[in-house]
Design a protein around this ligand. Structure first.
Ligand code: FAD
Length: 420
């Protein structure tokens, strides 16, 4: 069976290798000069390839059923042994899995070498002009399949896998052209929006606290147009970074897809930060009172030194309306209440977000309602979609590369199963 894989990224390369191992004649079409460019920038060059916690709550998208089916049949154990067979060993850092060398280039290399050794045809610098599903009478080989018109000529294939990624980080090759291919084949593309990115906030104090990194919990709320009450969206505990324009860090990245969808839907979005997530309200009150008693002659602005960055302590005091030169001994019960509230419930209003060039993945993509549990198109049999082009986005922590690999294996196994 002749199979075309459109896109030589993480997902496309895994699919091509698995298909070729199973006996298919595979060609990869990649419009960049080299394959796997995006993998090189993952995990800050170390490539966080997977995670030991594969709970489905880390994956978001259109159809839970399809996501469950894909990850259930092409498990992380399966993709791990696929990579081990290519010579790539994993390193476990607190559940986050990396290549043993902690070099993203190792992942690209083992995939490239396998493609070379298996004799997979690779067409780089090749643009896809059109993909046309045709029946037996429409091509010289008298077989049902797909005609692919490229900048390098016209090709015929029995099956096509579209693994073009999203429109995040264009310079790595994912320029959104895969969505146009999907649409040309009749598929619905759920509006792609950035995910795993920073959020910008309305308040003007952010430049004064920029650069702070701390552990915190962040809870996101939305208020729909014409409604008065806020609804809880989700909570994340983890690393928080404060920037000149708002909030960032892994906790914020993981919430960003919800905030962005909500903002785009016309909602008001607020985040509530808890700077002491492991300490109860009552314990925090005691902690504030103890600090006041222990250092009565200190200025309020110095009260939190040793607990928070100085600039955050100052910001908290200012937001409580406490004059910075007030001596601690002059703070009253109302001040303690306000400080407690700002430390545990630091409200901030979200006004924007990092664009596709600052995001790690896209939410949205080819609708999961139009593919089977094996990722075959319901509209054009023999056509498959894998990886980020689909309406699936994972949390930070190796979930997106796991999806790229699992979805690739799933489509490849289905094609191989058909053939046998
Ligand atoms: C900065 C950054 C850091 C990240 N870090 C991590 C991490 O540590 N862990 C993790 O799990 N995920 C991470 N991700 C996300 C992860 O890289 C992607 O989800 C994953 O690479 C998607 O794989 P893919 O094969 O679907 O798409 P891609 O890797 O984007 O590959 C798509 C390929 O298709 C090619 N292509 C596109 N359109 C066409 C066309 N029309 N014709 C021919 N070729 C085409 C592209 O050039 C590209 O080579 C990160 C992303 C970024 C941007």
């Amino acid at each position: 069976m002749k199979v075309a894989v459109i896109g030589g990224g993480a997902s496309g390369m895994v699919a091509a290798i698995r298909l070729s191992q199973g006996g298919c004649e595979v060609s990869i079409f990649e419009h960049m000069p080299r394959m796997g460019k995006k993998i090189l920038v993952t995990g800050s060059g170390k490539c966080n390839i997977s995670n030991t916690d594969m709970d489905l709550k880390h994956f978001h998208g259109g159809s839970e059923q399809v996501i469950n089916a894909v990850l259930g049949s092409c498990t992380p154990e399966k993709t791990k042994s696929f990579f081990e067979n290519l010579g790539l060993y994993y390193k476990d850092r607190n559940g986050y899995l990396y290549p043993y060398s902690e070099q993203a280039s190792a992942v690209v290399d083992v995939l490239r070498f396998a493609i070379r050794d298996l004799g997979i045809e690779v067409y780089t610098d090749t643009d896809i002009r059109s993909i046309i599903k045709c029946d037996a009478s429409e091509n010289l080989e008298n077989r049902e399949g797909f005609m692919i018109e490229t900048s390098g000529g016209r090709f015929y294939f029995d099956r096509v896998i579209v693994s073009c990624g999203s429109n995040v980080s264009r310079n790595t090759g994912s320029d959104g052209s895969g969505y146009a291919i999907a649409k040309s084949l009749g598929h619905t593309v759920i509006r792609p929006l950035p995910a795993l990115t920073f959020l910008t906030c309305e308040e003007d104090f952010y430049p004064s606290i920029a650069g702070i990194r701390t552990k915190a919990s962040v809870t996101l709320f939305e208020k729909k147009r014409n409604e008065n009450a806020y609804e809880l969206l989700s909570t994340e505990e983890g690393e928080l970074q404060l920037t000149k324009t708002g909030i960032s860090g892994i906790a914020v990245f993981n919430l960003s897809y919800l905030a962005i969808k909500s903002l785009e839907g016309g909602c008001t979005v607020k985040a509530v930060i808890d700077f002491l997530p492991k300490v109860s309200d009552e314990e925090t009150r005691e902690l504030i009172q103890n600090r006041i008693q222990a250092q009565p002659d200190r200025d309020a602005e110095e009260m939190f030194i040793g607990l928070f960055a100085k600039s955050l302590g100052i910001c908290i005091c200012k937001r409580c309306g406490i004059e910075l030169r007030t001596k601690c001994r002059d703070l009253d019960g109302g001040d303690v209440d306000r400080l407690l509230n700002r430390i545990k419930h630091f409200e901030t209003y979200i006004k924007g977000y990092g664009d596709f060039e600052h995001a790690q993945v896209a939410q949205g993509g080819v609708s999961l309602d139009e593919v089977t549990n094996n990722l075959e198109s319901r509209l054009a049999g023999g056509l498959y979609f894998t990886g980020e082009i689909l309406d699936v986005n994972g949390d930070c922590g190796g979930y997106n590369l796991q999806w790229a690999a699992s979805s690739a294996m799933c489509a490849a196994e289905h094609i191989l199963g058909e053939e046998s």
